[in-house]
Design a protein around this ligand. Structure first.
Ligand code: 3H9
Length: 702
């Protein structure tokens, strides 16, 4: 059994310390220890109160997520909680650190709760496709009211101790030693003759909320806006409704149990728990030990203050790291810094940061037009436009001015990092750090390992990603890295499908229906159709040499339809709106292009649209794995969820592929090959091998 609970008598108080490193989840051994410890304390006449705390950095991180789906051993959490709530002696939860999910639910079954100022409490189950299933949906509304409880449970966001006190979740904040403070608090209760208390007996808050339907209407609106397609939020709302609509606590608990099991059995739960573990797995690089020495990064330099460079600069300022940003001339610098300031001002106007925070962050940013001013930076990130020759020249210059030992990284989205490294005298200190636009918002960071990147360079880049609040995934150095390489087949198929009979609007609607925030044509409008068009013109490409999948976009550009930037692309954007409306003129252009190419049009089913857009991702993903560009299938899942809007509810493309059955996918790929050309639909050897062996991508996780 995993985990234990230490029992210690401190005078008339029994101190129970949960010990299940590193974050004390409620594994079988912890539940058994709780059951045993509380019974022992209750049976001992010398003990008059109980204090419950956690060893190490957490109080309790919640239920043991790795136990879901398996057979539960030892006493259930429900049994432990019943014992605690019915205790004749007061129990004080001394919340020393993180109290999440089942951990907070344990605390809610203690009569009293005190917390360290730094201890976050939260019910983040929704992020795992679950709901608080140990009474959280019933007790929290009784303690703080339905409106606040719903906000707390639906967002799953943690709040620090003092905020928890203000909400009424915690009785007191203890400065100094939380265990000693908890024991003193318990002894005081004994002195005052206070008995144990039960949250389940509180009725005033839920009675006051009864009949206030607007609370639930607002919660459903929040769920529809922020959690589109998720199963758990509606289940959570139903549980809280049950808490409000009846005085019968046990009836509410029955509703919670029913909805919890529904969530537990839902495929979204499995997918979202896969993501939870995948997010932690990607940080582990088999040949780079956790204790690898890191370069000390105290200051940073960024080359380029355009969209990407400006966003990266903000990332450093947000993390409190002083950053110098270089532009070619004063005008470009002024423009770039102006955009950064405007972005911060917008955040301040929306209440996301204070004016003082804006000033603090701007004070961390220094603009310059001289390369030498980056000379003292511990790391310099190049974020200029995608041209390998210009990047190589830039790396030569940076190598000349950077101090010895400074790291140099490129924000390239797919160019050869080794070519840049080889232009320097320090290739071991060079790697790729590919941010996603907008860099200050998107969570993904692809760290690209060059042939000569040292282990400490890679470990530092991965760790720096964490400091910048990113999720860093390691990629090998190959064109397009992980994400953009896979994307080529997806956008290529979208372009082909519309020439064969679908409209851009059908394709976008299918992809959105799958759960992506936008389809490929909405995405193209956002990025700008003119980028590719201009590049082709600049390269002197003849119209007949333009790939057929880019013909429609080029025609739209000839009509000055560049996308969102000038309110017309595949869609028409009413002034000031980012919600595009379909345009019959575009459908005509698509049809005309099919005719010019001699392609006959037919109705294409939504199912075919979905498979033809998504299967290239999976097929290319298999190649990327085979070539060792991605370390594990879960690395690809994390890239796609955090960089490309793949729905978390299906667990990422490789996890989703396993759910579809790799044999089914391979059969479809072969069929598409016969219909649309074998070259584009050549199955990846790894996919064929896995199917032949009856295995799936998960079998490669190790
Ligand atoms: C729940 O409680 C349901 C109940 O309502 C109803 C029950 C009936 N279980 O993140 P870290 C592992 S659902 C198992 O790197 P940090 C994690 O995988 C649960 N393992 O550290 C990692 O392992 P490894 C609701 C867990 O300091 C190691 O611990 N609770 C659990 O950056 C360190 O984790 C949650 O959703 C767990 N519950 O962050 C909380 N938690 O080293 C989920 C962590 O092998 N956890 N591990 O890779 C978290 O949010 C963060 O882990 C936490 C620590 C903030 C606690």
């Amino acid at each position: 059994m995993k985990g234990t609970v230490h029992y210690e008598a401190r005078g008339n108080v029994a101190l129970l310390t949960i010990d299940n490193p590193p974050v004390n989840p409620l594994s079988s051994g912890v539940r058994a220890g709780l059951d045993e410890g509380v019974k022992k304390a209750l049976a001992d006449d010398a003990i008059e109160a109980i204090v419950l705390t956690g060893a190490g950095r957490a109080f309790i991180a919640g239920a043991d997520i790795s136990e879901f789906g398996g057979e539960a051993k030892g006493p259930s959490l429900g049994e432990c909680l019943e014992l605690m709530e019915n205790s004749s002696k007061p129990i004080v939860a001394a919340i020393n650190g993180t109290a999440f999910g089942g951990g907070l639910e344990v605390a809610l079954c203690c009569g009293y709760r005190v917390a360290a100022p730094s201890a976050p409490v939260g019910l983040p189950e929704v992020k795992l496709g679950l709901l608080p299933g140990a009474g959280g949906t019933q007790r929290l509304p009784r303690l703080i009211g339905a409106e606040k409880a719903l906000q707390f449970i639906l967002t799953g966001e943690p709040c620090p101790g003092p905020q928890a006190k203000a909400l009424g979740i915690v009785d007191e904040i203890i400065e100094g030693d939380i265990v000693e403070g908890g024991i003193a608090y318990a002894q005081n209760l004994v002195k005052e003759g206070a008995g144990n208390r039960k949250v389940r007996d509180l009725t005033d808050k839920v009675e006051a909320d009864r009949g206030r339907d607007e609370i639930f209407t607002a919660a459903r609106k929040l769920a529809a806006q922020r959690m589109r397609g998720q199963f758990a939020p509606e289940m959570i709302i139903q549980c809280v409704e049950a808490a409000v609509n009846s005085d019968d606590f046990d009836a509410g608990m029955a509703v919670e149990r029913d909805r919890f099991v529904k969530c537990l059995n839902h495929p979204q739960r499995q997918a979202m728990i896969h993501i939870f573990f995948a997010e932690r797995e990607v940080a582990k690089i088999p040949d780079i030990p956790r204790d690898t020495e890191l370069h000390d990064i105290q200051t940073a330099g960024v080359v380029g203050c355009g969209t990407m460079g400006g966003g990266i600069t903000m990332c450093f300022a947000n993390a409190g790291i002083p950053v110098t940003v270089l532009e070619m001339d004063e005008e470009a610098l002024k423009r770039g810094l102006g955009v950064i300031k405007r972005n911060y001002d917008i955040q301040a106007s929306r209440g996301r940061m204070s004016e003082a925070d804006v000033d603090k962050r701007m004070a961390l940013i220094t603009g310059t037009t001289k390369h030498e001013d980056l000379g003292q930076a511990d790391i310099i990130i190049e974020a200029i436009y995608e041209n390998i020759d210009v990047k190589v020249e830039t790396f030569k210059k940076l190598d000349a001015i950077a101090k010895p030992g400074a790291m140099l990284a490129s924000n390239t989205s797919g160019l050869d990092v080794d070519k840049m490294a080889d232009a320097t005298s320090r290739p071991e200190l060079v790697c790729g750090m590919h941010f996603f636009s907008p860099a200050n918002i998107m969570r993904l960071l692809e760290v690209v390992r060059g042939a000569k990147s040292s282990k400490s360079t890679i470990a530092t880049a991965m760790q720096l990603g964490k400091r910048l609040s990113k999720i860093a995934v390691l990629s090998g150095n190959a064109p397009g890295f992980i994400g953009n390489r896979m994307l080529a087949g997806y956008t290529g198929q979208a372009g082909e499908i519309i020439l064969q009979g679908a409209t851009p609007y059908q394709v976008d609607s299918v992809i959105q229906g799958f759960g992506m925030p936008m389809g490929p044509f909405q995405m193209a409008d956002l990025v700008g159709l003119d980028l590719g068009w201009r590049a082709r013109k600049l390269a002197g490409m003849k119209p007949e040499d333009v790939p057929i999948t880019a013909r429609v976009a080029d025609k739209l550009c000839e009509l000055e339809r560049f996308g969102q930037k000038n309110n017309r692309g595949y869609y028409i954007y009413p002034e000031g709106s980012r919600a595009g409306q379909p345009d019959p003129e575009v459908v005509e252009i698509v049809e005309q292009t099919s005719t010019e190419l001699g392609m006959s049009r037919r109705a294409i089913s939504d199912e075919e649209v979905l498979k033809r857009c998504l299967y290239p991702l999976i097929n290319e993903g298999a190649r990327i794995l085979e070539e060792g560009i991605a370390l594990r299938p879960c690395d690809i899942d994390i890239v796609y969820i955090n960089g490309y809007g793949f729905p978390a509810t299906v667990g990422g493309p490789m996890f989703w592929a396993d759910q579809q059955g790799l044999d089914n996918i391979l059969a479809d790929i072969k069929r598409f090959g016969e219909e649309y050309g074998e070259a584009k639909w050549k199955p990846a050897p790894l996919l064929e091998k896995l199917v032949a062996e009856g295995k799936n991508f998960a079998s490669l996780q190790g």
